[in-house]
Design a protein around this ligand. Structure first.
Ligand SMILES: NC(=O)c1ccc[n+]([C@@H]2O[C@H](COP(=O)([O-])OP(=O)(O)OC[C@H]3O[C@@H](n4cnc5c(N)ncnc54)[C@H](OP(=O)(O)O)[C@@H]3O)[C@@H](O)[C@H]2O)c1
Ligand SMILES: [Zn+2]
Ligand SMILES: [Zn+2]
Length: 349
């Protein structure tokens, strides 16, 4: 017995997303069945739908910023019941036994976590399908509770854009007194600004887009630096403790290194691939600076982030779209024309 599901899928790297019928497993004992209300549109969905990371399996149903209502639970589920408002992010399983899993860092699982889509279920070997669909079946271990105080529509992007920026900010101890800069004002970037501000940091934005200053200030930026202007870059030489870089494409990191203080850290979350042009070691060696990476966040930390956002009133700025507009939305994300996350209203399906 399987569940018949409607959704939107890419059939190849070069075809537009289109309606697609598929099946999901009948819930196992520890599974939760979620009727999806909203799903955010992450830039990773575009990378994967178009096979830009050379790992894509088709048909692909993207979507890993999922909010919905529990409609059914398996026999051993104790944490959730029908009617609960819940979320699912980028992962739906992990080995649960390696050192990283034991520490609640499932995203760094030695065997690799099972991703919400384009992954493979650890029990039945079936390809996983994401949130651009009416319903999803997920083990209760990977389901998040959505606090009542959060607005349902704008909470969806917290499940990826939120945790991907929250986790490194916490790991590199961003707080009062930290001088932090975000690179790129898109989905991740706007959450980075808001979260770092809520943590008490002095917050700046590096952008290559001249028109974004007023918006960035509204979102919490104390300072906006046009990264294409050498004079503005020079004005912040040796200034930042932490840079959170959300740029999704290859870009020159070297101009940013000089804006870090001694012992400063440049965190890559946007780029997956070789760094080109190459890093010059002198700015690193002479001031003990680091370039590091970070991947989403663990399940416990994702719940912590959701509770933090509810408490501090941090929300995503979203544009709600019907699923029929998904291909136009992708084109607009690629042009940086989104304020600041598209969220699909799944009732449109
Ligand atoms: N590490 C992780 O766990 C993780 C999790 C989720 C997503 N990601 C990745 O993070 C990246 C960002 O995702 P997103 O959804 O925030 O994307 P997005 O909404 O498209 O935002 C990216 C921003 O980067 C800047 N940018 C874009 N292209 C650029 C270029 N060629 N050179 C310089 N700046 C550029 C733009 O900001 P300005 O106009 O302000 O310059 C743009 O708004 C994606 O690659 C995604 O796959 C990683
Ligand atoms: Zn994402
Ligand atoms: Zn593991």
């Amino acid at each position: 017995m399987t569940l018949n599901i409607r959704g939107y899928a890419a059939q190849s790297a070069t075809t537009a997303l289109a309606p697609h019928a598929f099946t999901r497993r009948d819930p196992r004992a520890d599974d939760v069945v979620i009727d999806i209300l909203y799903c955010g549109v992450c830039h990773s969905d575009i990378h994967l739908a178009r096979n830009e990371w050379n790992v894509s399996v088709y048909p692909m149903v993207p979507g890993h910023e999922i909010i919905g209502k529990v409609s059914r639970v398996g026999s051993s589920v104790t944490s959730f019941k029908a009617g609960d408002l819940v979320g699912v992010g980028c992962m739906v399983d992990s080995c649960q036994t390696c050192e990283s899993c034991a520490e609640g860092l499932e995203q760094y699982c030695d065997e690799g976590p099972t991703m919400t889509y384009n992954g493979r279920d650890r029990v039945d070997g079936q390809v996983t399908y994401g949130g651009y669909s009416e319903r999803i079946v997920v083990s209760q271990k990977f389901v998040l509770r959505i606090p009542e105080k959060l607005d349902v529509k704008s909470a969806a992007p917290l499940l990826c854009a939120g945790i991907t920026t929250y986790s490194p900010l916490r790991h590199w101890k961003v707080g009062a007194g930290t001088k932090l800069a975000v690179v790129g004002l898109g989905g991740l970037g706007h959450m980075g600004l808001k979260l770092a501000k809520a943590m008490g940091a002095e917050v700046s934005l590096f952008t290559r887009s001249p028109g974004k200053e007023a918006e960035a200030r509204r979102l919490g930026a104390d300072r906006v630096i046009l990264s294409t202007d050498p004079a503005q870059m020079k004005a912040v030489a040796n200034h930042f403790d932490v840079i959170l870089d959300t740029v999704p494409q290859q870009h020159d990191l070297n101009p940013y290194l000089g804006t870090l203080k001694r012992d400063g850290t440049h965190i890559l979350v946007g780029l997956l691939g070789p760094i080109e042009p190459a890093l010059h070691s002198v700015p690193l060696v002479r001031r003990r600076r680091s370039v590091v990476g970070s991947l989403i966040g663990g399940i416990a930390e994702t719940q912590e982030m959701l509770d933090f956002c509810a408490e501090k009133g941090v929300t995503c700025d979203v544009e709600i779209i019907p699923i029929q507009q998904i291909n136009t939305a992708y084109e607009r994300v690629l042009k940086s024309d989104v304020h600041y996350r598209f969220v699909i209203d799944m009732a449109s399906l």
